[in-house]
Write a protein that binds this ligand. Structure first.
Ligand code: MRU
Length: 350
């Protein structure tokens, strides 16, 4: 059990660790409005696809509690408006829309005795979503074991640990499961420019788990693969299209290309809530553009000449043909993805 938490509901407020300040400052922020939660998602106090899905679910629970509506239709109307605010916070990770749809659909279909009871139920559904996250991740960890050889040296990109989820993590969860089952793994941690989720967050989590690692620059992966020092790449995902094309943190595509060139297996790890069967292929996935300050600055240090232009896509698309397999809580999906993903995509929002 980690001695920190990503997100929790406490006394009618949503509490989140402020991931912008880690690893050197540990601070928990409290939110009691939908706008506050949306801002926390947008500014990356909380980040990682599953974690922002849970944040959105709690945002809807807050909106239900604060809505003055006297009947179900009014409550749903207010929650839909809140859902729009939350959805606008970050566009690429589909877990956000998945969580909002799941709560709204349940609220709309509920046969209620009182609006007050519905408000209580909505908060309980958000709690369920948070609880399921840890269970889902542990299952992915178990399935993932089959692709991790004894003594594996693994490259990992971005942060996919407890901090990106509610508990255990996705790609980092597979690494954790391998470590706990005595596989003796070593992790090369991509620093993950521009926001350094690898250097700041993944290194912090691995340190606490006692898993051996070294932080490397994103551009060093080819160097280590050419030396035969990498057995496996494990990354998370923000949205997987029906054909297997995968959106994940910028730099994932480069890593997949280098892995292909060196015949290193490249696995994506993500819950089925990240699979978006409605999106045909990677070209249809919206890619978030973030402030160019993230590129021109490292922390508060301005590293480019004054006035230098920059572009900052937060995610890229890794084409399906570069992906060896997709590890989900229902099993590992292998190519052809178009056919095999739809088999795994059983659970529609309820
Ligand atoms: O911009 P971020 O930090 O939210 O990006 C996170 C990632 O790209 C993760 O790899 C992805 O969300 C999966 S996290 C379990």
């Amino acid at each position: 059990m980690a001695n920190y938490f990503t997100i929790r509901w406490e006394n009618g407020r949503v509490v989140m660790i402020d991931q912008r300040l880690l690893p050197h400052t540990i601070r928990y922020n409290e939110y009691d409005t939908v706008d506050g939660i949306a801002e926390a998602i947008r500014t990356m106090v909380i980040r990682g696809a599953p974690a922002i899905g849970v944040a959105a679910a709690y945002g809807l629970a807050l909106s239900a509690q604060q809505s003055p509506a006297k009947n179900q239709a009014g409550l749903i109307r207010d929650m839909r408006a809140a859902g729009e605010v939350l959805l606008a916070a970050r566009p690429t990770a589909v877990n956000l829309a998945w969580a909002v749809d799941r709560i709204l659909n349940r609220a709309a279909r509920a046969e209620i005795n009182s609006v007050e009871q519905l408000r209580v139920d909505i908060k309980a559904w958000a709690d369920d979503l948070a609880k399921e996250d840890g269970e889902t991740n542990r299952r992915m960890g178990e399935y993932g074991l089959s692709v991790v050889p004894q003594g594996a040296q693994i490259i990992h990109h971005c942060n996919t640990g407890t901090l990106a989820t509610v508990d255990f993590g996705t790609a980092l969860g597979v690494i954790r499961a391998a470590h706990e089952s005595g596989r003796n793994v070593f992790v090369y941690v991509d620093e993950t420019r521009p926001r350094l989720q690898g250097a700041r967050l993944t290194a912090w989590e691995l340190q606490q788990l006692g898993i051996p690692f070294a932080v490397i620059t994103d551009s060093a992966s080819g160097y280590f693969m050419r030396q035969g020092k990498v057995d496996l790449c494990l990354v998370g995902c923000d949205r997987v299209a029906a054909n297997g094309d995968t959106a994940n943190k910028i730099g994932t595509y480069n890593l997949a290309l280098v892995a292909k060139a060196h015949h290193v297996p490249f696995y994506v790890v993500g819950p089925t809530s990240t699979i978006d069967i409605e999106t045909k292929n990677g070209d249809d996935i919206p890619i978030e553009e973030r402030s160019t300050d993230e590129v021109t600055h490292i922390g508060t240090a301005h590293i480019t000449p004054d006035g230098a232009g920059a572009v900052n896509p937060a995610f890229d698309i890794t084409p399906a043909h570069l992906i060896s397999g997709i590890i989900t809580e229902k099993g590992i999906v292998y190519p052809p993805y178009l056919k095999n993903l739809s088999k795994f995509f059983g659970s529609s929002p309820d």
